[in-house]
Write a protein that binds this ligand. Structure first.
Ligand code: MN
Length: 251
């Protein structure tokens, strides 16, 4: 894990043809420069890993780009968001991605990374906590799988709208709750907290009891075109712009 790229929160809709093309060209232009591509959740406005359903019609352009990226030797690491979950066989088998539904820890260059989508911070609130438990459990997954893609995709827009209603609230985006959540990971001994979900890109150093800790958020790759890179020896860097590699500008 010497060269990593972190992106997320595009909330891609099937009709986002231009953005899908733009993101695909960007991903292809990376041309194996990164050994790991981290997707930090909510890449899609709705994803559920139905068995045997390829999502080619909805998200084909992006999936084909991911296939290319993986075939060039980049490893895909997917953190599920609150709009894309139970990633299923396309990600686990075909793309050989490491998929994490909640959080995961890595030790990289002697520092401990805590990585997650970020909605777990709001899951401590009662309303979102209940919603998350209701949606993300085996019984619901079984029911969604049973109903099948045709029916579920038709109501997915409504589910998405419900999720927006539940978590796009002042309480859910309560800054204090996020800061407390991030600080808690630092006090548990993690040096770097990496997440998305808030749609606010940031790379911020902060001192925690004499230790230098880092908060990293990749922001929204569709609206703001932000993402974050990590290179051994250089550290984390926030970047902006989906121009193909070589013409990118740092912000
Ligand atoms: Mn989210």
């Amino acid at each position: 894990m010497r060269h990593c790229l972190f992106l997320g929160d595009a909330h891609i809709l099937p009709e986002d043809r231009d953005f899908q093309a733009r993101l695909s060209s960007f991903l292809l232009s990376l041309d194996g420069a990164f050994d790991h591509l981290f997707i930090l959740g909510d890449l899609f406005e709705f994803w559920f890993g139905f068995a045997g359903y390829p999502f080619q019609r909805e998200y084909g352009r992006v999936l084909d780009a991911l296939r290319q990226v993986v075939s060039r030797g980049t490893r895909l690491v997917y953190f599920e968001g609150n709009h894309d979950f139970n990633m299923g066989p396309i990600f686990s088998d075909e793309l050989q991605a490491s998929v994490y539904p909640d959080e995961h820890h890595f030790e990289v260059d002697g520092r401990r990374w805590f990585v997650t989508h970020g909605d777990l911070a709001s899951a401590r609130g009662f309303r979102y906590g209940m919603y998350r438990k209701l949606i993300r459990n085996r019984l619901t997954y079984g029911l969604i799988g049973f109903l099948g893609p045709r029916l579920v995709l038709r109501v997915a827009g409504k589910l998405g709208a419900l999720s927006h209603q539940v978590y796009h609230t002042p309480q859910a985006y309560n800054q204090e709750r996020y800061s407390a959540y991030v600080n808690e990971q630092f006090s548990r001994g993690y040096d770097v907290v990496i997440m998305g979900h808030t749609h606010r890109a940031e790379v911020r150093e902060q001192e925690v009891r004499g230790r230098s800790c880092l908060y990293v958020n990749c922001g929204d790759i569709k609206k703001d075109e932000t993402y974050v890179t990590y290179h051994t020896g250089k550290g984390f860097r926030m970047e902006r712009g989906l121009e193909t590699k070589g013409k990118r500008t740092a912000c």
